[in-house]
Design a protein around this ligand. Structure first.
Ligand code: PEP
Length: 260
């Protein structure tokens, strides 16, 4: 089974609507060439409607960075799946380490969000990853397998193509410290083995697993060349259109090389 590579931008808490318009207008004609790569731009809620409107039927998918698993009610400050569908969001980041560490999201909350997104037909990009202390203590897999396992328990009979995992070691996010391609491949290989053991071969073969953590144009080709790494979730280097377009190009080249 061939999985379609994905290059996903995470703008985090950056850009006004005007800046988002400028970025999207510059991105759309350049991303149109990347027919073999899914391009996702996860933007602040305030920009989502506009980026989604501008992207229209193009190959670029507008995504959110978070949502709440209930559909409506007394949840001040939250945004629900029907609200994301209202602005035609096609994807949502779930369980980013900043949500877990700064806002106290638990594995259970993340799993419920992943389930609700799948039910709503919004592609969740579920982030998992360990801290530096956990890695140094040899606990990387205990942490990551727990995070992945809880999501799988909630999902029941969802198909593998209905969600994406992103392995994002916390010590590599926004720090300039990238995991070595071998370490990234090792962790992603273990995640896929777990998917195979618990959900079966078809599910494991169809789930896309991205790497995230200081991906930039200089290291993207090496990361994308690793077998089993289906793309990247990119923070800092996605904020400028030029560097994000280079990253999309790296994913496109990786596809071209596997086809040779
Ligand atoms: C992220 O925000 O998910 C991320 C990986 O950030 P950065 O690329 O800046 O490390």
């Amino acid at each position: 089974m061939t999985r379609r590579p994905m290059m996903a931008a995470n703008w985090k808490m950056n850009k006004t609507i005007r800046e988002a318009q400028e970025y999207t207008a510059a991105l759309l004609p350049r991303a149109a060439d990347s027919e073999d790569v899914d391009v996702v731009v996860c933007v602040p809620f305030t920009c989502l409607h506009e980026v989604g409107r501008m992207a229209g039927d193009s190959t670029v998918i507008a995504g959110a960075q978070n949502f709440y698993h209930e559909d409506s009610g007394a949840y001040t400050g939250e945004v629900s799946a029907p609200m994301l569908l209202d602005v035609e969001a096609g994807a949502v980041i779930v369980g980013h380490s900043e949500r877990r560490e700064v806002f106290g999201e638990t594995d259970d909350m993340v799993a419920r969000k992943a389930k609700r997104a799948v039910e709503a037909g919004i592609l969740p990009i579920v982030c998992v990853g360990e801290t530096k202390e956990e890695r140094d203590a040899g606990d990387m897999w205990e942490k990551v397998s727990g995070q992945v396992g809880q999501v799988l328990e909630e999902l029941e009979d969802a198909g593998g193509e209905s969600l994406v995992f992103a392995y994002e070691p916390i010590w590599a996010i926004g720090t300039g410290d990238t995991a070595t391609p071998e370490d990234a491949q090792d962790a992603i290989g273990k995640i896929r083995d777990l998917l195979r053991e618990t959900q079966g071969d078809d599910f494991a073969a169809s789930v896309r697993i991205l790497y995230g953590g200081s991906v930039k144009p200089e290291n993207a080709a090496e990361i994308m060349a690793q077998e089993g790494i289906d793309g990247a979730l990119v923070g800092g280097a996605s904020l400028e259109v030029e560097s994000f377009v280079e990253l999309i190009g790296a994913a496109q080249n990786a596809v071209a090389q596997t086809e040779q």
